[in-house]
Design a protein around this ligand. Sequence first.
Ligand SMILES: [Zn+2]
Ligand SMILES: [Zn+2]
Length: 326
Amino acid sequence: MNNVFYYRGAIHIHSKFSDGTGDIYEISKAAKKAGLDWIIITDHNSMDIEEGFYNGVCVIRGEEISPEISNHYLALGTNTVIKPDEDPQKYVDEVRKQGGAGFVAHPDEFDSRKNKAKPIKWLDKSIVPDGVEIWNWFSDWADNFNDKNIFQIAYAYFFRNRLVKGPHIETLKWWDDLNKNTERIVPAIGGVDAHALKISKYILPVKVFPYEFCFKTLANIIVLNEELPLSFQEQKGIIINAIKNGNNIIINRQVRDEIPCIYNFDKHICVKLSTKADIKIFCDGVHIYEEKSDIMQFKVPSIGKYRVEVYLNNKPWIYSNPIIVK
Ligand SMILES: [Zn+2]
Ligand SMILES: [Zn+2]
């Protein structure tokens, strides 16, 4: 392999310009503390935040196009605010027209939720997006949060990682189907959906899920053959392009924080990890192989789109984007 550079970042963040609580200084400081190189802030229907370098972090402005009850869409690499519409196809098209890439946010939130936060879903799966947020940390937590009594609430707060179960099966299936129906890669991202909400219902005001904590959950690791240049505009362009092309690996840092290597070399899917874990290989959406290993070289039996899932002690850990083997 040639030189490879890894840049760790977080996507799907809300600031004071929508329903988050932090300004750009607080958010970027938290990102720096969490060891991130870049972040993408996606306020609801707003692009008011000033992008640039803050606290040594490349802060990129996106938008979460957010109709009130459904069909949230993360627009990355767009120039102007895109208004929500009853017909999602309209904003899917508009994101493309502006040269950006759109990712369906939390497409399959559970209807069976045992709390007051209503699920927000992608209602019409025949509308084809540019990409899919296959895993949203906050949404996953909220899907499993039971607010029946103070004990359940305390459990959900103090053992928050136990509530997080990984991407929903139906989301992975839809993403695989989207990939089956096209030559290109339909990329995936992991989103933190960070708000750092302040809740003062119980005695003292607490900030639930502060930004720094969120940034230590789901990261997207961008894989590049060159170092990022110094100029903000160039960095931004390269980061957005990497995400558009699926050159990112999603990792749950709460399971184990590391930079995993997953690549195709000479018709082998190669995976290198710092510890032995359960590695699953999927070809065109079908689970075809599984091995417990830290260094794996899997010879592919045919051409196709391959992707990798890794579980450590049965916990969802790493999700790769599809790799086309010709
Ligand atoms: Zn949303
Ligand atoms: Zn959001």
